[in-house]
Design a protein around this ligand. Structure first.
Ligand SMILES: Cc1cc2nc3c(=O)[nH]c(=O)nc-3n(C[C@H](O)[C@H](O)[C@H](O)COP(=O)(O)O)c2cc1C
Length: 261
């Protein structure tokens, strides 16, 4: 992804939907925060929806600017569309969000994991999903050119235990289209061991693509296992929702081997 993370543990999308909690999560010690998901809906005041996030992240950026001496958490922004199917209009909606938020984000994520959506279940149809993802990549690259930096772009997909193909269609297409990473969401898996097996497979099949694993991480030990299995970064939602931002301190033990003196 080309980003230097202080360590591999961050906050998953859904907890800081509008960027208002990023400063608190950064101060607690998380290395990155995935803001959103912001579902941009064409024709219903996309600007009104995006404006609070732009304002919150602008404040965050000012507070953690290099000259302030604060090394803030990296910011990902997760974008989605409520449109069914996930078609050219959905891609255009996400491109609107990407244009508005790229200047404030270290990376962007296209959320294909929304429960009940056609794109999550692979029912979107390879052709329309492919052209939507292609369009978003091109639009994000154009924003990157205007900002004189490459903007890392990821997809978030749901990994389900019974999947016929362990690599979800969205992840496969994203890797083929030059996306920088895949956030793989493991929900309702029977054990950390089975998640680790799937992470190893994904690591092998998605070589050259950053792999972020989310789902079921409540302890430093589980985070460490996911990282050992091949995840580059791990994210938490429930742990921080239940215990609050200070849980970062407990989870950070994942990043260094235990030392006793
Ligand atoms: C109430 C709730 C809201 C969520 N909202 C989002 C969201 O907006 N976007 C997203 O990509 N994932 C969302 N998620 C999924 C989480 O990011 C994460 O993938 C999932 O909770 C598994 O991680 P955990 O076991 O650490 O909770 C949400 C989860 C919950 C429980």
């Amino acid at each position: 992804m080309g980003i230097e993370f202080a360590h591999p543990v961050g906050v998953a999308a859904g907890y800081d939907r509008d960027g208002s909690r990023s400063a608190e999560l950064s101060a607690a010690g998380f290395a990155f925060v995935e803001v959103g998901t912001i579902n941009v809906t064409a024709g219903t005041g996309a600007n009104a929806m995006l404006q609070p996030v732009v304002e919150n992240l602008s404040c965050y950026r000012l507070r953690s600017a290099p000259w302030s001496g604060v090394h803030g958490a990296a910011i990902g922004v997760s974008l989605g569309s409520l449109r069914e199917p996930f078609d050219a209009v959905a891609a255009a909606e996400i491109a609107v969000g990407a244009r508005a938020l790229a200047p404030l984000a270290d990376y962007l994520v296209v959320n294909l994991s929304r429960p009940g959506s056609a794109c999550r279940d692979g029912a979107a149809g390879t052709h329309s999903l492919r052209s939507a993802l292609e369009h978003i990549r091109a639009q994000v690259d154009a924003s990157g050119r205007a900002l004189a930096r490459r903007i890392p772009l990821l997809v978030k997909v749901a990994a389900l235990p019974g999947d016929a193909d362990p690599v979800p269609e969205g992840a496969r297409l994203a890797a083929a289209l030059g996306y920088d990473g895949v956030v793989s969401a493991f929900e309702r898996w029977p054990s950390a061991e089975s998640v680790c097996d799937r992470i190893s497979t994904l690591r092998e099949r998605l070589a050259g693509t950053a792999l972020l694993a989310v789902g079921g991480v409540r302890t430093a030990e589980t985070a460490r296992r996911y990282l050992r299995a091949g995840a580059d970064l791990v994210q938490v939602y429930t742990a921080v929702a239940e215990s609050g931002p200070p849980v970062a301190y407990t989870l950070l033990a994942a990043t260094t081997p235990p030392t006793r003196t």
